[in-house]
Design a protein around this ligand. Structure first.
Ligand SMILES: N[C@@H](CCC(=O)N[C@@H](CS)C(=O)NCC(=O)O)C(=O)O
Length: 69
């Protein structure tokens, strides 16, 4: 089973929505803290230029936008 990694920062309200959803599903996940604002040199090569927070990674798959997550 692949690990779920959430790229986010603590104060992000959209990330909080996703964190709550993960909690409701009792999902184990890993946290990568990213900067609130660009530059986001570690995130944006992963997302192909998408700059918003949060982003979910599962193995080599990257999910942008909380609705998609
Ligand atoms: N539609 C996006 C909206 C995400 C969003 O607005 N994230 C904010 C943080 S809570 C953000 O990244 N703001 C920084 C920016 O707009 O560059 C989603 O649902 O994931």
């Amino acid at each position: 089973m692949l690990d779920v990694i959430l790229h986010h920062y603590p104060q992000s309200p959209v990330s909080e929505k996703v964190r709550i959803a993960f909690g409701m599903k009792d999902l184990a996940w890993h946290s990568v803290e990213i900067p609130r604002l660009p530059p986001k040199p570690d995130l944006m090569p992963l997302t192909g230029g998408y700059r918003m927070t949060p982003v979910m990674q599962v193995g080599a798959d990257v999910f942008c936008d909380s609705l998609c997550i």
